[in-house]
Design a protein around this ligand. Structure first.
Ligand code: C5P
Length: 398
């Protein structure tokens, strides 16, 4: 799909229990500054009322083909013509069947048939309904027709059964929707990313780590996925949920992170080393918990391998990107590090504002000089960074 700035969408809500979650979805989309025109099916209006959606979207809600609030009587045309996308969430089994067959017997299905923009659906139904050959036939037909599927997810269902068919959570739908419209600049490329801190054991329960949250590395993984890359995320211990679609390899120590990177690196076109790797590990960690007593405890530390330097010193390294967090002389130290580690690109940020925070300013240093990415949330920065990486990579690989 081409890159489009999402300004206005039609949100179709069909009849399913998950319809109540569509209200939260509207709120999130409006927060992302997307203008949302809600259309409910007749069945949906048994679960939720137009008033809720009208209040959240700030727009009149439509349910009928015969609504006389549109002057020319052509709601199905009028509502989609300036929309960038139609999103149906929840999309019931009946609705999928209808669209797969090209039927148009109510406002939402007619509008889907009359649309000129992309259609995205977030299915929600009982697991048996989802798995029925008839539904699966409809799903593959719709995919062939270019309809984009967001979910469904696995999990506990309103009926008490467990399985595939749950609607994605509103946050996931809002994120996936935005992601679908990012430019696909890394299509077909394999990207390996390290993220988070590492943890070096002192004994059975204690260890040395740092305050890296993993947010930046996970955001870079998401941005690379959105750009069409196949992403492997080698993660140190974090509390974050990995982005949907990334192959995530959890690791703890630096040595484990290095082992995972070495096992994957031959496949990678691009390596982005975001992890805040522990520089030292504890020699001879105790297998049991060390008892407290009044004596001074001395830990012997040995230097860890440098994962990034290890990758760049290979005979045929992938395109490598490093990160540098510095307390002072940011630009100067980052450039020295870039040269030392033989990197085409390094991303520098100030320690005070980068570690564990949600917003950062980034400096990108490459052979052409320094580029500043003005302060923004980490996902926005990750998307800008991915764009920059794609430019450099594509210049090297025409
Ligand atoms: O040398 P310094 O640790 O400041 O370098 C930072 C860059 O090197 C980051 O990209 C970080 O992920 C990577 N690094 C690494 N292995 C280490 C230390 C740092 O890959 N042991």
């Amino acid at each position: 799909m081409e890159a489009i700035q999402l300004k206005r969408i039609v949100l179709g809500v069909t009849g399913g229990v998950a319809a109540y979650k569509a209200a939260e979805l509207v709120r999130l989309l409006v927060k992302q500054k997307i203008d949302v025109q809600v259309v409910l099916t007749e069945a949906a209006s048994h679960f939720v009322t137009p008033a809720t959606f009208q209040a959240l979207s700030g727009r009149p809600v439509f349910t009928s083909l015969w609504d006389d609030r549109i002057d020319n009587g052509m709601a199905h045309i009028d509502l989609t013509r300036d929309a960038d996308a139609v999103l149906v969430a929840p999309a019931s089994a009946d609705f999928l069947a209808k669209v797969a067959q090209g039927r148009a017997d109510d406002l939402l299905s007619t509008l889907c048939l009359a649309r000129t923009c992309p259609l995205l659906v977030a299915p929600a139904m009982n697991v048996q309904m989802w798995e029925q050959p008839a539904t699966q036939r409809n799903v593959s037909q719709l995919k062939q027709d270019g309809v984009l599927f967001l979910g469904p997810a696995q999990g506990e269902q309103a009926c008490g059964e467990v399985g595939l068919g749950r609607m994605l959570e509103p946050e996931e739908i809002a994120e996936a929707l935005e992601g679908q419209f990012q430019p696909k600049r890394l299509n077909g490329l394999k990207v390996l990313i390290t993220a988070g801190p590492t943890f070096e054991a002192i004994d059975a329960v204690r260890g040395i780590s740092n305050q890296s949250s993993g947010k930046m590395g996970y955001a870079v993984a998401r941005a690379a996925l959105e750009a069409g890359a196949e992403v492997t995320l080698v993660s140190g211990p974090t509390c974050l949920t990995p982005p949907r679609g990334a192959r995530t390899l959890p690791t703890v120590s630096t040595q484990q992170m290095l082992d995972a990177v070495e096992a994957e690196i031959d496949e990678a076109d691009i390596f982005i080393s975001v992890a805040a790797v522990a520089d030292y590990y504890v020699l001879n960690p105790s297998e049991s918990k060390i008892k407290k007593d009044a004596h001074i405890l001395t830990l012997e530390l040995a230097p860890n391998p440098d994962i990034l330097a290890n990758v760049t010193s290979r005979a045929k390294p992938p395109f490598c990107v490093g990160f540098a967090a510095e307390s002072e002389n940011l630009e100067e130290y980052a450039e020295l590090k870039r040269k030392r580690k033989h990197l085409p690109l390094i991303v520098a940020n100030a320690v005070q504002e980068a570690i564990g925070t949600d917003e950062v300013e980034l400096l990108l240093l490459d052979d052409a000089g320094t580029h500043t990415l003005q302060r923004a949330d980490k996902l926005t920065q990750a998307r800008r960074l991915v764009e920059h990486i794609a430019q450099l990579y594509n210049a090297q690989h025409p």
